[in-house]
Design a protein. Sequence first.
Length: 404
Amino acid sequence: MAHVLSLPPLLRQPGFRLFWLGVAFTQIGSRATAAANLWQIQDLTDSIFAVGVVSLVEGVAVIGIAPLGGTIADRMDRKRLLQIAQGAALLSSIVLAITTFTNTITPLWIYAATAVVSGAATFDTPARQALIPALVPRDRLIDAYALIQPLGNLARLVGPAIAGLLIAGWGVGAVYVFDVVTYAGLIASLAFVAFGRYELGPPQHWWHSVLEGLRYVRGKPLIWQLMALDLAAVFFAAYRVVLPALARDVFVVGAQGYGFLAAVPALGGIVGAAIVYRLRRMPRKGLLVLLATMAYAIAAIGLGYAPTFALALVLAGALGLFDAITTTIRQAVVQLETPDRLRGRVTSLYQMSARGGPALGQAQLGALATALGAPLALAVGGALTLGYAAWLALTGTTVRDYEA
């Protein structure tokens, strides 16, 4: 029993464990605030369109600022940059808390805070991802990402639940105070984490620095093909936007059923990350990414036409599971195949597809679902994703034959 309950080797290392706990805590706070933002805007405006503008603001901020964030992550101390980015997000939550408690909050304050947090994330993410190789040995990198990847899904489960409890007990402002505490926790914990040495890029104009990152990605077929594979999945098969329509109009399960349908992908994601951790020594990880992407696409197609709600829950969980498998391996491979001095810029380009893609994908799939209906729109998106992954598997060897 002691062996079963023992911590993974990386979590026994004080530095990685402190970093892991800090990231977990702040992600839960961020998800709680994201849920509170949507609730508060709906309460202030009674407009679904106004709620949707939050995703638009986030997508524009990520796509517009990400290249600059990666460039700076390759030019300055990454731990300091991560603390500064977390500090900017902390200040935005302080502003939201004050305006909420003083009853001066408006949707514009929330949109502005979303822009600040999303902009800060474009500096936070490349710095944080690029720091991991300086914290763990190269042969443990996939292990590290397999342990960090579930934190996002855990936050999607726990964060909104905490937000709901805090809103019900003390109001929306309490959620923002909680978020401030989580940001402060990561900022403080980073002071006690010792990172190894890493190479930074040479001083140059920021635009030349961005172009250097683009040239590197263009010259590495493995990296840009993995990015394109990710973009295909999150753009064409952005299933989350149609879940409310499926719950209400197709399966007729109401708000409670929608809650379950929206939650099970996160559970599947936690299971998927655990599977990757178990398979971390398996060869041909490129083939695993392609197979998992095809399985993701098939699950998306099946979700819209599931004959029962129970099967829909299974397929939604499968979407989260296969997404976690592909995401964990892709993130690790991008870091493994990128030199230290370019990790920030390459990560920022990956972030544009991984975070900007879903925002744009939800917009296009929502429009397609309006025209064709949610089931057919999801089937079309899944078929396009499946076709691209199958084409890569059959015609190319770069991803298919990759061994980490």
